[in-house]
Design a binder for this molecule. Sequence first.
Ligand SMILES: [Zn+2]
Length: 366
Amino acid sequence: MKSNFPLKAAALICCAVIMISFAAAALPLSQRGAEGAAEVPEYDYGPLKAEQNAVIASEATEYACAMYIDGVLAGYYKDVTAAKEELEHQKSLLLEQSGVDYISASFSNNVTFKSGSYAVSQIEAAESRAFPELSAEIRYYETVGYTLDYEVEYRDNAELYYGREKTVSEGRDGYSETTYLVVLSGGKELSRTAVAENIVTEPVNCVIERGVKAKKPSADVTPIFIVPYDGAITSEYGTRYLMGNSFHKGVDISGVKSSSECYGAEIHAGGDGVVIQAGWMDGFGYVVIIEHANGMHSYYAHQKQVACSVGDVVKQGDVIGYIGSSGRSTGPHVHFELRVPDENGKYYAIDPEPYLIDYDSYPHRG
Ligand SMILES: [Zn+2]
């Protein structure tokens, strides 16, 4: 470095300016060999001024391999092998980040290497650079499961009264799996092709028997309750297919033309009795329960608002509430239910239809 000595003063003055231009330009200072100790006259620094040349020569330099991804500097490495190792590492990181169990991947970036001597300051400045974006096409298999909905099959049953239903066999959904070949590019899905389909379980149809026998009044039952709202029967007692296959424990009465027309209409007590419940119950929403002299309990559920209190003595036809759609309900209607006690005093629902006066004269609407 003895040849630099006389120029040291100039070097100090220009130092800050040149350091800034190095950082901005980030270009190799020279293409000299690894042996390159600084000897100013041997190198061609192009248009730089003599003083600057001297400063450049005085900069500490290091042999390194610069790697460029699509023309963008990725960083400086010990040698080409180290640069390639880093590239492979970055590729595997990208594949890992894709989060898929890939079968193959291809990278389309143009990668170039330039070995030579670079200023240490330049190498250090590059250390904080983010690695340029790699573009990969990643191929992987994805298996997606699908539910195969079961169907409901109806059969006539001459032994069952009209309007009744009996579930002969429960339906069961099936399941299938489709395997796709998915191609990802730049994190976005480029294509998806079904390559295999496998029905894991076949669906099993639900079989429901529908009664076709004409309805006869039951000989031993005298109708004693009035239908609580002068509307249409929208659902009868028995098994039905609504919100899952379930047993409907009462009769639904709603508007004749539409459900909305009955919203807020008066609900009448089916018979004389004492109110034993007037308020909210899960499922029923706002409900009134009347205990009758014969021991039966009549229910009036899904009300908008109740119009009586526990302990009230009511007469048949009295207004006890207003039709709503509270609780587990799909629209405005009154759910009328009758319960009787068993030998242990536990109440259970019975078919209320034979107990309702002129039940068959009410229109039905599905
Ligand atoms: Zn109901």
